[in-house]
Design a protein around this ligand. Sequence first.
Ligand code: FAD
Ligand code: NAD
Length: 475
Amino acid sequence: MSKTFDVVVIGAGPAGYIGAIRAAQHGLSVACIDEWQNKDGKNAFGGTCLNAGCIPSKALLESSELYHRAEHEFKKHGIKVGGVDMDIAAMQKRRAGIVRQLTGGIAGLFKAAGVEGLIGHGRLLKDRKVEFTPRDGDKEIIEAKHVILASGSAPIELKIAPFDHEQIIDSWDALELDAVPQRLGVVGAGVIGLELGSVWARLGSEVTVLEAMEDFLFMADRDVARVAAKEFKKQGLDIKLGAKVGKASAGKKGVKVEYEDKDGAQTLEVDKLIVAVGRRPVTGDLFADDAGIQLDERGFIVVDDECRTRVKGVFAIGDCVRGPMLAHKGSEEGVMAADLIAGEIAEMNYDVIPSVLYTSPEIAWTGKTEAEVKESGRAYKTGQFPFAASGRAKAMEQTAGFVKIISSEDDDEVLGVHIVGPMAGELISEAVLALEFSASTEDIQRTIHAHPSLAEAVHEAALAVDNKALNFPNK
Ligand code: FAD
Ligand code: NAD
């Protein structure tokens, strides 16, 4: 007899595993199927984010940042450390240990919540039946009242630079390198290119980033992009904009990349080439032809604002559906889908999803950029406060960057907050809350911020919107 669950989730990344736990919290019987295998062949829950994305990248960003600061900053603090050396094997062991702890933790969370974690492949059939093929076993059919598809995404491969996973590598390979490449090339100056480029540049690689677009960080506010470009250049990242890659070929002497920019045909020779030009939804063998699931022209599963597919009782969430490919976006969709399945009212505010680049300085924003507000035709005002005027930032020796707030002229509502500077990824949470609550600039102005803290820069930027900054001259 086939098993029956109230909810079957396919995929245990941050979208699927959170959706599964939330559904179980509602008292529903839940199974979560996942087939992720790490490079050692072992299965692990957590998907891209925990195994090959957010977590390992942040572990290496932290280690490489500390190494860089020990080498370049400690002297300013009056700390003498002699020759600073690195041990890549130890750094990678720490990274792997963090990943192991967190992915293992999901199995514990499933057990505590009563979610049945199933290791193997899941495939949606007609009428909310799920075919489950265990890693080492025979296919079985599971009946589900509701199904959540959370199959995630994978790196886009360029035909002109196919991955060999040795010299032409993807982001996962780049997180598991066991030596610092002397010359590192990166195709794509997006989030991955900049984060991983920063890691290896700090550890000593000569990094060249080839970006097809003419505008640097085209999705960010222009003021932020300008400061970030300057800072990355200082750190030795050689970012070439408007670079159209024609071909990359791997050989004994490394990878030869042919590209064209405004000055004509160019060649770049590197030891490793990371290709980070975006990710594509994973939907191969996820559903039968007659299951009723529809894909859009880019391969994403078609869903409405509540993540419902065209099939009654079947939801899809995370990177396999429209919207930014971010872990926290997927997790919140998981919560929403589980709450809707349980009969609650739930919705997602897609307008205030925070974006963070964990570079140095960090970059974070939420809401609209100045260009977007301008285009909307709404009258607006802006305020900026530089970290160079922040006592805390000075004490931290991290004064690059600023906080910028854009508010509406008519009702003072905060429309966008953009930060480049220390701990921007933490500071942005106050802004997300402000936008979620439709706060006015005056709300932030009248909120007491601890002194001395980096958060005071958010306070001062809000004051600056009305030319009332107290620790920096107004416009
Ligand atoms: P995934 O995490 O991809 O998980 C999907 C899971 O489903 C996988 O385990 C997969 O094996 C499984 N699966 C797929 N199909 C099936 C099937 N048919 N049967 C069984 N199992 C299946 N985002 C952030 O918000 N912050 C960051 O700092 C950040 N850093 C990143 C760094 C890197 C290098 C990368 C690559 C990504 C990063 N991201 C970050 C993006 C983030 O990892 C994704 O947005 C997130 O993992 C998406 O979650 P998901 O659950 O939708 O999919
Ligand atoms: P991305 O979309 O952020 O950037 C890809 C970049 O490659 C773009 O700038 C694009 O113009 C460029 N590009 C595309 N084709 C090119 C070509 N042929 N030659 C040169 N440049 C080219 O994608 P990504 O960096 O691969 O990241 C994938 C996803 O993972 C992103 O959507 C991101 O949201 C997510 N991610 C998030 C974080 C974070 O939240 N901190 C970190 C890493 C990844």
